[in-house]
Design a protein around this ligand. Structure first.
Ligand code: BGC
Length: 772
């Protein structure tokens, strides 16, 4: 690695900073190459460069000839399940352990910062990079993201929380302006970042490529300084996404400390010139340079002690590749979602010995287990489901490929596809149960571009139809990085299992679920809509002429489908188990939180009413039926995954804070809890609510100052002057048939018309009294 000087244990940031020239400080603010920060080495000064490396679900350390899209030469590392799978675990404790393992590999490879996790919200199923993100919901993204960060950083290495912010598509990602109102940003797109920053203090945050309301994230002072640091208390360093900086001087001023990768010295010179010409305060350069030095100082203890070993799996000093593979398998199984499990007559899953299973689908033999782009890991080994099934059952499981994974729809491949299908039909015909592995080819979803539709390849659907025509006992097992349409074909399969992109042990993990070695407890962290056109971003994705309008506002994901009472294929939070759970005793009680804020304690008792041990994910949703602003029908605010033996019951307690009840007031520009009734629901999914309670919370009487443009209706509602305005209107001053019209009339207009005895002087007095 590119450490120009020997790292020293005694690295005094302030002392080093004081000894640097302006040019040296400016040089710290950009990379040396693709992956390393710039060192400074001369008499009396020794600042080592440190290495940062992708990515969210495994280490992609390019040991030689680094190029940021080149994927072939990264060192072997455990490919943990992608965020799509990890998000579906709903299990922060497990993600903490995955994080610890990621941190161990990072440290063992002498890397200072792992570039992840990615916690952007899945606004549309079409985002080509959804597999790198955890959820459509900020509570899931925040809680699971914080667990990953805490786990990774517990190993003495850093993380880079990305991509900050509103990077919810790949199309035009380096330029597009995400046009989003502030309330939506705060409640949906920033909330997960806020939670991770406050709970886990990532060493670094990576800004996104796109603009937010016309200002590049990399140059956005409001985002990088006012919100991230001043409001949330972020203490680390902000780095750019690779190539996200357009104007380096503006970016430094906005709070972007480190530009990555190298700029060949060009932008360092821009910074020096701007200081010399008085356009940039040197103190601002010092702040950014100090943060880079802090990062180096934080990284040095681990780098000093780590053994650098690139020799490969099983031999890497500092981590046990076998144990990490086992953990990857556990996580893959935990994130597998059992979507449906109908019976002929008994449920098809788990598979029983003697079921006479046959496997169809190339993806069972050639797994698709991660996505393409900067997160692509060179795995230490790779499990495929077919081999895992054969090994676990000891049976010679018949197999037919059924389709080719690449370019399955090309006319040239049509004849070949037909032959493959015919072969699969013969294998399926005599089988007891057929496992049909389907999914998206790599060419369908990747970093760098978006999907065009939500459908599986036509050749795969044709295979399913052909197989179903000869054998009704079908279990479909899916591999895809984000929602696919299931409505066109799922009637052909009594059981459907969503494995997402499960990492290097995804094949064995999903087999653990199919065989019942693991009782499925994965839950959807994103809605599976019936049709793409039902998705809230439809019509506003991916935008046009350089702008994407987030027209659905806060109604993202399930919030939208619930608001429209729209049918979905599978709702947010859904996932079946091989056992059953009963809920009772759902109660909610208002108390006092810290600083006298309102708080709500929710209780629910869950019982495993089936015959197998299993885990249930208990979900708490909150709705605020009456408010000044439109609020979603219900929003996830808390959840817990609980393991229960058959017959076992557990009472769970959830403490909701004022923030859990609040919304971002667009005019007051702060969080408010508007007093009144709140509905708290506890359930097994967003559409399988098992109990609810209503509480009355003594929140704020949110009131805006009365002004000339306030309406008559608003004035009538005012606690001080309201009765007088009321009397004025109803006291005969206004004809009855005018009452409906006048309610929406600004007071200033009423005064100008001289209605109700109001004139400009009287209005001024009225306003002064109201706002006193
Ligand atoms: C991606 C980042 C990644 C970086 C370095 C960028 O293109 O958006 O997520 O960390 O490259 O590979």
């Amino acid at each position: 690695m590119s450490i120009a000087t020997t790292p020293s244990r005694a690295f005094d940031v302030e002392h080093v900073l004081a000894g640097l020239t302006l040019e040296e400080k400016a040089s710290l603010l950009s990379g040396l190459d693709f992956w390393t920060t710039q060192p400074v080495g001369r008499d009396g000064v020794a600042v080592p460069g440190v290495m940062v490396t992708d990515g969210p679900h495994g280490l992609r350390k390019q040991a030689e000839s680094p190029d940021h899209l080149g994927l072939g030469n990264s060192v072997p590392a455990t490919c943990f399940p992608t965020a799509a799978t990890l998000g579906s675990t709903w299990d922060p404790a497990l993600l903490r352990r995955v994080g610890e393992a990621l941190g161990r590999e990072t440290r063992a490879n002498d890397v200072a910062v792992l570039l992840g996790p990615g916690i952007n919200i899945k606004r549309s199923p079409l985002n080509g990079r959804n597999f790198e993100y955890l959820s459509e919901d900020p509570v899931i993204a925040g809680k699971l993201g914080a667990a990953l960060v805490a786990g990774i950083q517990s190993q003495g290495v850093g993380t880079s929380l990305k991509h900050f912010a509103a990077n919810n598509q790949e199309a035009d990602r380096m330029r597009v302006s995400a046009d989003v109102d502030e309330r939506t940003l705060r409640e949906i797109y920033l909330a997960g970042f806020e939670h991770v920053v406050k709970q886990a203090q990532p060493w670094t945050v990576m800004c996104s490529y796109n603009k937010i309301n016309d200002v590049y994230a990399s140059q956005n002072h409001w985002l990088l300084t006012e919100v991230l640091r001043d409001e949330w208390g972020f203490e680390g360093l902000v780095m750019s996404d690779w190539g996200a900086v357009r104007d380096r001087v503006a970016a430094v001023a906005a709070g972007l400390d480190l530009e990555m990768p190298a700029s060949g010295g060009r932008t360092d010179a821009d910074v020096v010139t701007a200081v010399r010409e008085g356009r940039l305060d040197e103190a601002v350069v010092d702040v950014a340079a100090r943060r880079v030095l802090h990062l180096v100082a934080r990284a040095l203890p681990a780098l000093d002690s780590a053994a650098l070993d690139l020799t490969g799996p099983g031999t890497s000093a500092g981590y046990d590749a076998d144990a990490h593979h086992a953990l990857a398998r556990e996580a893959a199984a935990a994130g597998t979602v059992l979507l449906k499990n109908d019976g002929i007559p008994a449920p098809l899953l788990p598979l029983a010995s003697g079921d006479g299973v046959a496997v169809v689908g190339e993806l069972a033999r050639t797994p698709r287990y991660q996505g393409a782009g900067s997160s692509q890991v060179n795995p230490t080994r790779l499990d495929d489901a077919l081999s895992a099934l054969r090994a676990a059952t000891g049976a010679e499981v018949p197999f037919a490929a059924g389709y080719t994974v690449d370019a399955p729809d090309l006319a040239a491949a049509a004849a070949q596809e037909e032959a493959l299908r015919a072969e699969a039909v013969e294998v399926a015909r005599t089988a007891g149960t057929v496992l049909v592995f389907l999914g998206l080819p790599a060419s369908y979803e990747s970093e760098g571009f978006d999907r065009e539709h939500m459908d599986l390849p036509g050749g795969q659907i044709a295979l399913l139809e052909a197989v179903a025509a000869v054998n009704p006992r079908i279990v479909v097992v899916l591999a895809n990085g984000s929602a696919v349409s299931v409505a066109p074909w799922q009637h052909l399969a009594p059981a459907v299992v969503e494995g997402w992109l499960g990492g290097q042990a995804g094949g064995s993990g999903v087999v653990d679920v199919l065989l019942g070695a693991v009782n499925p407890a994965g839950r959807l962290a994103e809605t599976l809509p019936l049709r793409l056109v039902d998705n809230p971003s439809h019509g506003n994705f991916p935008g046009e002429l350089g702008h994407v309008r987030y027209g659905e506002g806060v109604l993202v994901g399930y919030r939208w489908y619930d608001a429209r009472q729209a049918e979905v294929a599978y709702p947010f939070g859904h996932g079946l188990s091989y056992t059953t759970f009963a809920y009772d005793g759902v109660t909610a009680e208002v108390g006092d939180g810290p600083d006298g804020d309102p708080a709500v304690r929710v209780r629910a008792t869950v019982t495993n009413t089936g015959e197998r041990a299993g885990a249930e994910v208990v979900q708490v949703y909150v709705g605020d039926p009456v408010a000044q602003v439109l609020r979603p029908e219900r929003e996830l605010k808390a959840f817990a995954k609980v393991e229960l033996a058959p017959g076992e019951s557990r009472e769970l307690t959830f403490d909701l804070t004022a923030r859990d009840l609040s919304y971002w007031h667009p005019v007051l520009r702060r969080w408010v809890v508007e007093g009144g009734e709140f509905v708290v629901s506890v359930g097994a999914s967003s559409r399988d609510l098992r109990g609810s309670a209503t509480v009355v919370v003594d929140g704020e009487d949110v009131r805006l100052p009365l002004e000339g443009l306030s309406t008559v209706a608003e004035a009538m509602d005012h606690p001080v002057v309201g009765p007088r305005v009321h009397a004025m209107v109803h006291g005969g001053a206004v004809a009855d048939d005018m009452l409906g019209m006048i309610g929406d009339m600004p007071l200033a207009v009423v005064a100008d018309f001289g209605m109700g005895g109001l004139d400009r002087d009287r209005l001024a007095a009225l306003l002064a009294e109201a706002n006193a």
